[in-house]
Structures are given as structure tokens and as C-alpha cells.
Design a protein around this ligand. Structure first.
Ligand code: NAD
Length: 327
């Protein structure tokens, strides 16, 4: 099996690559078959970091190509010879999309279309498109199922929704074997320190304050990155073509509750919290119904939030050399 992972030097993509190549732990065995080749295609934007692949750097099965998924000539060169594409490359930070949407539309929409075209042209057996719960907008009560209408609110989530629809359209129009995953908020090691958990932890470890948006009442479901990748691997192997699968953590917290847990884990008090004006268009609550992946593919997260957060804080404490140059 030859697997092409786009965005494989980012937070989630690098965990997927480390998992494929057997360099990541966890109680639950990752549901992967030994690949023959894992090719990473990554532009190395500000959030892509070759150091994320250090644990597998010497694995002879790993190939690294630095390049842009929006470059049709390059993509056309890299794609042939692979059985599966797992597509994670994206512009991924909501606040950046509010400051400027252009790179989001370019990479997330045009980049995905460029890859889909190459996959179609070269007869790739399966295309796994990794997406987000944010495409549904915000939900006050209950949980979204996979057939829920898309109603994204930020330029980031709108560009991801566009890419999801394109991927599914290539299945319907061309009969391509496409599967889409949508997950909740990820946390864990190697996450760029602009996202809330690594931002708060690294600020606290440095003796600083943490910015809490609005009233802190926004609710997110938290999923350890390793469990997300276990879910993607299951979908890669057993998901039905043309289907969408939710991957959730089953642990909803308000941002205020999350902040309390991080303060405690870092031995800090509420005097270290700096309330800031709310994010524009801030979605109030995300919540995924995960019945489908659990019933069809036997998926359940393996790392509970308390243990996962403690391990994550420990990782940032022990790996200053990784994050200090990124701040
Ligand atoms: P990330 O920003 O850490 O990584 C993105 C990677 O893509 C980086 O390595 C970057 O260099 C690369 N990249 C960006 N533009 C590129 C381009 N034009 N060509 C090639 N490579 C490019 O993001 P992440 O958090 O690891 O997210 C990965 C995927 O998972 C994204 O598609 C995101 O939408 C999705 N997702 C993320 C979360 C989350 O909580 N982080 C939740 C659900 C879904």
C-alpha cells in the first residue's frame, strides 16, 4: 500500500504519518496496515514543520516532497503510483481567515480540486478528505448527523465546506472512491501554538496570561489527535465510498471550563486570565453525533480528556525546544 498524505508536516497530518509508520503510542492499537510507502506533500507554510516528522525521519518508507497542492504540474508528478490519498493540507486557523480569506479559498478549495483532478486522472483507488464539524455552523442543542445541511459561518469553515462538496461531487459525477471525515476540535502534541490549548499552555508555562474570548461560554467537543487519526485510518480502510463519517471525542466543555482545567494543570490561578472581546461571528457550540462511525466501523475514542490534557501539558513542558522558535 502506497499512501500520499497531504499536509503531513502539520499537526494532525504528522500524527497520521507517525501512526502509519508505527512511531506513536496509545492504549488502543492504531488500526493501520503496514504501508510500503508514505509520501508527504506539504508546502511548509507557517504551521508546517519538518521537525514534526523527526520521529520517523530515518524510516526508509517515508518520502517528503515540499510543494503546493495548488500547483497542478507538481501534483501531477507526485500523485501517480499511490493507492490512497489522505488529504489534510489546508489553511486551518479561523482567526487568520477573518483577517484574510484569500489563502483559505486558494488552498482549501482550489488545492482540493487540483488534487481531486489528479486523483481522477491517475486512477487513485481511494481519496480520504479530512474535514471539520465547523462546516455545520453552530448548534444550540442536540448534535449534527452526517446528513445535516452545511451552514458555515467563518471564511475557514466556508472554504472547508466548499472542499467537502467538491470531494463528494467527484464521487457522484465521476464515481471516484471518496470518503469524507468531519471531526471535532483536536488537541495533543505538535499543535502550532496559536490554537487555544497550546497557546494557553505555552503562555502559562512562560509565566504570561491567557486571552479568553467573550463570556467564555462557547462550547467545543475535544478529541485527542491520536484518536482522530485512528478514526481516519478506520475510514480509510473500511468507510463506504461517497459517505461522510463524524469523528468526535464525546467531551464537551465551555472555553471557561477548558481554561480552568489548563490553569490547574499548569498550577496557575484565574488572575492569569485576560478577558478579550469575542471573535467575530464566533460559533456558540459544535456537537457531532458519532453513532455512524461507532456502529458501522466500531470506532470509539481511547484517550479521555483528563488524561489527554495532562499528557499534552507534559509534552509542551518537556518540548520547549519545539515550540519556543514558533512563538
Ligand atoms: P495545520 O495548520 O497544523 O497543518 C496544515 C498543514 O498543511 C501544514 O503542514 C501546512 O504546511 C500544509 N499546507 C497548507 N497549505 C498547503 C498547500 N497549499 N499545499 C501543501 N501543503 C499545505 O492544520 P491541522 O490542525 O493539522 O489540520 C489538518 C486538517 O484537519 C485540515 O484540513 C483541517 O481543516 C482539518 N481539521 C482540523 C481540526 C483541528 O482541530 N485542528 C479539526 C477538524 C479538522
Amino acid at each position: 500500500m502506497r499512501i500520499l498524505v497531504t499536509g503531513g508536516a502539520g499537526f494532525i497530518g504528522s500524527e497520521y504519518v507517525r501512526m502509519l509508520l508505527g512511531a506513536t503510542g496509545g492504549d488502543a492499537e492504531p488500526p493501520v496496515r503496514e504501508p510500503d510507502v508514505v509520501t508527504v506533500l506539504d508546502k511548509l507554510t507557517y504551521s508546517g514543520n519538518p521537525a514534526n516528522l523527526d520521529p520517523v525521519r530515518d524510516d526508509p518508507r517515508l518520502r517528503f516532497v515540499q510543494g503546493d497542492i495548488c500547483d497542478p504540474a507538481l501534483v501531477d508528478e507526485v500523485v501517480p503510483g499511490h493507492d490512497v490519498i489522505v488529504h489534510l493540507a489546508a489553511e486551518s486557523h479561523v482567526d487568520r481567515s477573518i483577517a484574510g480569506a484569500a489563502p483559505f479559498v486558494t488552498t482549501n478549495v482550489l488545492g482540493t480540486q487540483t488534487l481531486l483532478d489528479a486523483a481522477l486522472r491517475h486512477g487513485i483507488r481511494r481519496f480520504v478528505h479530512v474535514s471539520t464539524d465547523e462546516v455545520y455552523g453552530s448548534i444550540d442543542e442536540g448534535s449534527w448527523t452526517e446528513t445535516w445541511p452545511l451552514a458555515p459561518n467563518s471564511p475557514y469553515s466556508a472554504s472547508k465546506a466548499g472542499s467537502d462538496l467538491l470531494a463528494l461531487a467527484y464521487h457522484r459525477t465521476h464515481g471516484m472512491d471518496v470518503v469524507v471525515t468531519r471531526s471535532s476540535n483536536n488537541y495533543g502534541p505538535y499543535q502550532f501554538p496559536e490554537k487555544v490549548i497550546p497557546l494557553f499552555v505555552t503562555n502559562l508555562l512562560d509565566g504570561g496570561t491567557v486571552p479568553l474570548y467573550g463570556d467564555g461560554g462557547n462550547v467545543r467537543d475535544w478529541l485527542h489527535v491520536h484518536d482522530h487519526c485512528r478514526g481516519i485510518a478506520l475510514v480509510q480502510q473500511k468507510g463506504r465510498p461517497g459517505e461522510v463519517y463524524h469523528i468526535g471525542g464525546g467531551t464537551e466543555l465551555t472555553n471557561r471550563e477548558l481554561t480552568g482545567r489548563l490553569l490547574e494543570a499548569c498550577g496557575a490561578g484565574w488572575d492569569r486570565v485576560d478577558p478579550v472581546p469575542d471573535r467575530k461571528g464566533h460559533d456558540r457550540r459544535y456537537s457531532l453525533d458519532t453513532t455512524k462511525i461507532s456502529k458501522e466501523l466500531g470506532y470509539a475514542p481511547s484517550i479521555d480528556l483528563e488524561r489527554g490534557l495532562a499528557a499534552t501539558v507534559r509534552w509542551y513542558r518537556d518540548n520547549r525546544a519545539w515550540w519556543e522558535p514558533l512563538r
